[in-house]
Design a protein around this ligand. Structure first.
Ligand SMILES: O=C(O)C(=O)C[C@]1(C(=O)O)C=C[C@@H](O)C=C1
Length: 159
Protein backbone atom coordinates (compact mmCIF):
# COMPACT_ATOMS: atom_id res chain seq x y z
CA UNK A 1 0.00 0.00 0.00
CA UNK A 2 0.96 3.69 -0.10
CA UNK A 3 2.64 3.60 3.35
CA UNK A 4 4.50 0.34 2.66
CA UNK A 5 7.85 1.91 1.79
CA UNK A 6 7.81 4.34 4.71
CA UNK A 7 6.92 1.49 7.07
CA UNK A 8 9.67 -0.67 5.57
CA UNK A 9 12.20 2.08 6.28
CA UNK A 10 10.94 2.36 9.88
CA UNK A 11 11.42 -1.43 10.14
CA UNK A 12 15.00 -1.06 8.90
CA UNK A 13 15.63 1.69 11.44
CA UNK A 14 14.45 -0.42 14.41
CA UNK A 15 16.60 -3.28 13.06
CA UNK A 16 19.67 -1.02 12.94
CA UNK A 17 19.05 -0.45 16.67
CA UNK A 18 20.56 -3.94 17.12
CA UNK A 19 23.83 -2.60 15.67
CA UNK A 20 23.63 0.54 17.81
CA UNK A 21 23.14 -1.61 20.92
CA UNK A 22 25.99 -3.92 19.86
CA UNK A 23 28.25 -0.86 19.41
CA UNK A 24 27.47 0.48 22.91
CA UNK A 25 26.87 -2.58 25.10
CA UNK A 26 29.80 -3.16 27.43
CA UNK A 27 31.21 0.32 26.79
CA UNK A 28 30.73 3.59 28.69
CA UNK A 29 28.76 5.07 25.75
CA UNK A 30 25.19 5.55 27.08
CA UNK A 31 22.05 4.58 25.13
CA UNK A 32 20.75 8.14 25.46
CA UNK A 33 22.88 10.64 23.55
CA UNK A 34 21.03 13.99 23.64
CA UNK A 35 23.75 15.75 21.60
CA UNK A 36 23.42 13.24 18.76
CA UNK A 37 19.61 13.41 18.97
CA UNK A 38 19.77 17.18 18.57
CA UNK A 39 22.08 16.76 15.55
CA UNK A 40 19.70 14.25 13.97
CA UNK A 41 16.67 16.49 14.56
CA UNK A 42 18.44 19.67 13.36
CA UNK A 43 19.47 17.82 10.18
CA UNK A 44 15.91 16.58 9.72
CA UNK A 45 14.46 20.10 10.06
CA UNK A 46 16.99 21.52 7.59
CA UNK A 47 16.36 18.80 4.97
CA UNK A 48 12.60 19.09 5.52
CA UNK A 49 12.76 22.78 4.62
CA UNK A 50 14.69 21.90 1.44
CA UNK A 51 12.00 19.35 0.56
CA UNK A 52 9.24 21.85 1.44
CA UNK A 53 7.96 19.58 4.21
CA UNK A 54 6.77 21.00 7.52
CA UNK A 55 9.95 20.84 9.65
CA UNK A 56 8.15 20.39 12.99
CA UNK A 57 6.04 17.56 11.64
CA UNK A 58 9.14 15.87 10.22
CA UNK A 59 10.97 16.33 13.54
CA UNK A 60 7.98 14.81 15.37
CA UNK A 61 8.16 11.73 13.15
CA UNK A 62 11.89 11.37 13.83
CA UNK A 63 11.44 11.82 17.58
CA UNK A 64 9.27 8.71 17.41
CA UNK A 65 11.97 6.90 15.36
CA UNK A 66 14.53 7.76 18.05
CA UNK A 67 12.24 6.63 20.92
CA UNK A 68 11.61 3.38 19.05
CA UNK A 69 15.35 2.91 18.59
CA UNK A 70 15.94 3.36 22.32
CA UNK A 71 13.16 0.87 23.15
CA UNK A 72 15.03 -1.75 21.14
CA UNK A 73 18.40 -0.84 22.64
CA UNK A 74 17.02 -1.09 26.20
CA UNK A 75 15.28 -4.37 25.42
CA UNK A 76 18.47 -5.85 24.00
CA UNK A 77 20.52 -4.63 27.00
CA UNK A 78 18.07 -6.49 29.28
CA UNK A 79 18.24 -9.59 27.07
CA UNK A 80 22.05 -9.55 26.84
CA UNK A 81 22.45 -8.96 30.59
CA UNK A 82 20.24 -11.98 31.33
CA UNK A 83 21.72 -14.10 28.52
CA UNK A 84 25.38 -13.13 28.06
CA UNK A 85 25.80 -15.90 25.47
CA UNK A 86 23.56 -13.82 23.16
CA UNK A 87 25.87 -10.77 23.23
CA UNK A 88 27.17 -10.19 19.68
CA UNK A 89 30.80 -11.23 19.26
CA UNK A 90 31.74 -8.24 17.13
CA UNK A 91 31.33 -4.65 18.33
CA UNK A 92 30.57 -2.41 15.32
CA UNK A 93 31.95 1.12 15.38
CA UNK A 94 29.19 3.62 16.14
CA UNK A 95 30.68 6.60 14.32
CA UNK A 96 32.08 5.01 11.17
CA UNK A 97 29.77 2.05 10.73
CA UNK A 98 26.40 2.44 12.42
CA UNK A 99 25.51 6.14 12.34
CA UNK A 100 26.19 6.37 8.57
CA UNK A 101 23.47 3.72 8.10
CA UNK A 102 21.09 5.80 10.23
CA UNK A 103 22.02 8.92 8.23
CA UNK A 104 21.21 7.14 4.96
CA UNK A 105 17.87 6.01 6.39
CA UNK A 106 17.12 9.59 7.48
CA UNK A 107 17.45 10.76 3.87
CA UNK A 108 15.29 7.90 2.60
CA UNK A 109 12.62 8.41 5.26
CA UNK A 110 12.41 12.14 4.50
CA UNK A 111 11.91 11.39 0.80
CA UNK A 112 9.08 8.98 1.71
CA UNK A 113 7.52 11.55 4.07
CA UNK A 114 7.45 13.87 1.07
CA UNK A 115 6.02 11.20 -1.25
CA UNK A 116 3.22 10.36 1.23
CA UNK A 117 2.51 13.95 2.30
CA UNK A 118 -0.95 14.05 0.71
CA UNK A 119 -2.11 10.92 2.54
CA UNK A 120 -0.60 11.58 5.97
CA UNK A 121 -3.36 13.54 7.63
CA UNK A 122 -5.33 12.55 10.76
CA UNK A 123 -7.95 10.72 8.73
CA UNK A 124 -9.45 7.24 8.80
CA UNK A 125 -7.99 6.68 5.32
CA UNK A 126 -4.47 7.29 6.63
CA UNK A 127 -5.03 5.11 9.73
CA UNK A 128 -6.28 2.26 7.53
CA UNK A 129 -3.22 2.45 5.27
CA UNK A 130 -0.95 2.62 8.34
CA UNK A 131 -2.59 -0.51 9.76
CA UNK A 132 -2.26 -2.33 6.42
CA UNK A 133 1.43 -1.36 6.18
CA UNK A 134 2.20 -2.41 9.75
CA UNK A 135 0.47 -5.75 9.29
CA UNK A 136 2.40 -6.47 6.09
CA UNK A 137 5.61 -5.68 8.00
CA UNK A 138 5.28 -9.20 9.48
CA UNK A 139 7.22 -10.44 6.42
CA UNK A 140 10.25 -8.91 8.15
CA UNK A 141 9.70 -11.50 10.92
CA UNK A 142 10.06 -9.04 13.77
CA UNK A 143 10.12 -10.32 17.34
CA UNK A 144 7.87 -8.71 19.97
CA UNK A 145 10.50 -6.15 20.96
CA UNK A 146 10.92 -4.89 17.40
CA UNK A 147 7.19 -5.13 16.70
CA UNK A 148 6.45 -2.90 19.71
CA UNK A 149 9.19 -0.51 18.62
CA UNK A 150 7.71 -0.34 15.11
CA UNK A 151 4.31 0.52 16.55
CA UNK A 152 5.97 3.34 18.53
CA UNK A 153 7.84 4.52 15.43
CA UNK A 154 4.66 4.66 13.32
CA UNK A 155 2.50 6.36 15.94
CA UNK A 156 2.81 9.90 14.43
CA UNK A 157 2.50 8.79 10.79
CA UNK A 158 -1.01 10.20 10.25
CA UNK A 159 -0.25 13.64 11.60
O1 LIG B 1 23.30 7.28 17.47
C1 LIG B 1 23.09 6.78 18.57
O2 LIG B 1 23.93 6.80 19.48
C2 LIG B 1 21.81 6.11 18.84
O3 LIG B 1 21.64 5.54 19.90
C3 LIG B 1 20.71 6.22 17.84
C4 LIG B 1 19.71 7.31 18.23
C5 LIG B 1 18.74 7.45 17.02
O4 LIG B 1 17.74 6.74 17.00
O5 LIG B 1 19.05 8.22 16.11
C6 LIG B 1 18.96 6.87 19.45
C7 LIG B 1 19.34 7.26 20.72
C8 LIG B 1 20.37 8.27 20.99
O6 LIG B 1 19.95 9.14 22.00
C9 LIG B 1 20.75 9.00 19.76
C10 LIG B 1 20.41 8.59 18.50
Amino acid sequence: GPLGELTGLAVQRVQVADLVAAAKFGTTQPIDDPVREQQVLDGVRAKAVELRLDPESAARFFRAQIEANKLVQRGLYTRWTEHPEEVPHRRPDLGTEVRPILDRLTTEILAELKDTEQLRHPTLRCEIHATIAERSAVVHRLDRLHENALAEAMRPVCS
